[in-house]
Write a protein that binds this ligand. Structure first.
Ligand code: ADP
Ligand code: GLC
Length: 490
């Protein structure tokens, strides 16, 4: 079975968030299992600058409305391909800047979604499964049923994984003609969405199987509160919708071998974490008490992540004597909201605006408590990474957070974190207070840390679940081939 993963980001090549971690580590896990798997990405500037890429010499021509745009196929490893088109991808950022999305994102990802099947044909790579991810590749399943409904893709089945319903690739209807689809697709049953076009919807109506990244989120998105306007479409496809929980790359996120942190540790000997904490406090210029809890947040600064309720809670966190570190990058509104905190809460709060992989490792390694008060969270990787580093999550009970964090129960001395339900600063603060008071009881806290660190968040099980889904699709394909044969002969 040949698998192709099409994605707009993947570790180690290009990353803005968890999507990259997931596609990158899933690809790596399939390779480890000896699977026939290929990865397709746009060739962003960051990839060109950091990796030794080779031009395959293959050129593809992509129709975008009135014009034809050339794509160049590059490669690094034999199973990784990049679609080059400097006009669209030779930029510092992947999707936009703090002030907003790039205005030509429709062109960029309609191009990419046509370029993947074109490249597969040019390379002669017949795929059994094309695994698409989010709106950026949402058109691929529909293209395979329309423009690329040909012999080459006859046996190809598609999987679309929804990593986030909050991002759908909604564009003005004037962009519809770039797709090359017939007007019969511009209606409620097609990709039309309140007079615009919706590229995630394209995948939802046409992929053979739809998955999302936790069991809880699979249930949530069928309701209007979490469906972002597409819950009706999803309900129609509920029979083809599956939840496969994400894992984390346990080699990259390993506190005993992590070269970014000053001293290694594991669940048998957590003493190294003390050094990590002390150095982190010094690095961030904090002047909190030696035994005060160190609380942190690492993530995209967007509405989804609950940064507004963290901002509203900061004064109360500081008044508990705790230190707070925030590492994030994202919407200007939230960057502005917290950028003055370093001066306002000098010695207690350290805010770093930016994307910084190495610092993120040091924050996970050196903190005691990790905040994830998300409005919604399809899966969330931060809480799993934090637990692996013995950093206890305080998280809202939603989506993947509810699936992966087990609420602390002081009576039975069980659980791996602190969960709260209502999205407001008061509930967040209550949960933080509970965590902070538990932190002062060292023995119990150590047991809590060790339980969290021992949790298995590796990709092993989830990768197998995806392989089982692919197998079931291939089996269905074989059955339909079998059923078709006598008819043809007759
Ligand atoms: P999402 O995909 O919604 O952004 P996840 O929790 O699934 O959230 O994944 C976020 C990933 O991105 C984690 O690996 C996290 O450590 C990383 N990350 C987010 N923001 C930053 C940042 N500013 N600097 C470094 N790493 C970051
Ligand atoms: C998304 C979600 C996050 C998830 C990640 C990887 O960006 O916001 O919850 O972990 O994708 O699936």
């Amino acid at each position: 079975m040949r698998i192709v993963i099409a994605t707009s980001e993947a570790v180690p090549f290009a990353k803005t968030g968890g999507l990259a971690d997931v596609t990158g580590s899933l690809f790596k896990e399939f390779l480890r299992l000896g699977r026939d798997v290929y990865l397709f990405l746009p060739l962003y500037r960051v990839i060109r600058n950091r990796f030794n890429i080779r031009d395959t010499g293959i050129r593809i021509k992509i129709n975008l409305g009135q014009r034809t745009v050339e794509g160049i196929i590059f490669t690094t490893d034999p199973d990784v391909f990049f679609i080059g088109c400097d006009e669209f991808f030779d930029r510092d950022e992947l999707y936009g800047t703090a002030s907003g999305d790039f205005p030509d994102n429709a062109e960029r990802f309609i191009f990419f979604s046509k370029a993947v099947p074109e490249a597969l044909m040019s390379l002669g790579l017949k795929a059994d499964i094309i695994h698409c991810n989010d709106w950026q590749t949402g058109l691929i399943p529909l293209f395979l049923k329309t423009i690329y409904n040909n012999d080459f893709f006859k046996k190809t089945r598609t999987v679309l994984t929804i990593h986030n319903m909050g991002y759908q690739g909604i564009f003005d209807a004037s962009r519809f003609n770039l797709t090359g689809l017939g007007w019969e697709w511009f209606n409620m049953e097609g990709i039309e969405f309140y007079g615009k076009i919706n590229l995630l919807k394209a995948g939802l109506i046409s992929a053979d199987i739809i998955t999302t990244v936790s069991k809880q989120y699979t249930r949530e998105i069928l309701s209007p509160d979490y469906g972002h306007g597409l819950d009706g479409v999803l309900r129609k496809r509920a029979g083809d919708l599956k939840g496969v929980i994400n894992g984390i790359d346990i080699e990259e996120w390993n506190p005993s071998t992590d070269s970014f942190i000053p001293e290694g540790f594991d669940h048998e000997d957590i003493s190294g974490k003390r050094t990590c904490k002390a150095k982190l406090i010094r690095e961030c210029g904090l002047s909190i008490q030696k035994d005060a809890p160190l609380i942190s947040f690492v993530g995209r600064l967007s509405r989804q992540k609950g940064i507004d309720i963290i901002a509203e809670s900061t004064e109360r966190i500081v008044s508990m004597g705790a230190g707070l570190i925030i590492l994030g990058k994202g919407d200007m509104e939230f960057e502005n909201m917290i950028s003055g905190f370093n001066d306002m809460f000098k010695g207690s709060v350290h805010v770093r605006i930016g994307y910084d992989e190495a610092f993120a490792h040091r924050v996970y390694g050196g903190s005691d408590i990790f905040l994830m008060p998300s409005r919604y969270e399809p899966c969330g990787l931060g809480q799993m990474i934090a637990m692996r580093y013995g950093t206890i999550p305080v998280a809202r009970k939603t989506g993947g957070l509810a699936d992966t964090v087990e609420d602390y129960n002081p009576l039975s001395d069980s659980g791996t974190g602190f969960l709260f339900e209502d999205y407001n600063p008061t509930s967040l603060i209550c949960s933080i207070r509970l965590a902070v008071s538990s932190f002062s009881c060292k023995d119990r806290w150590e047991r809590l840390m060790k339980r969290a660190m021992k949790k298995d968040f590796s990709w092993k099980r989830s990768a197998m679940e995806y392989l089982n889904l692919y197998d079931s699709l291939c089996l269905l394909q074989k059955v339909s081939d079998f059923l078709e044969t006598p008819e043809k002969k007759g």
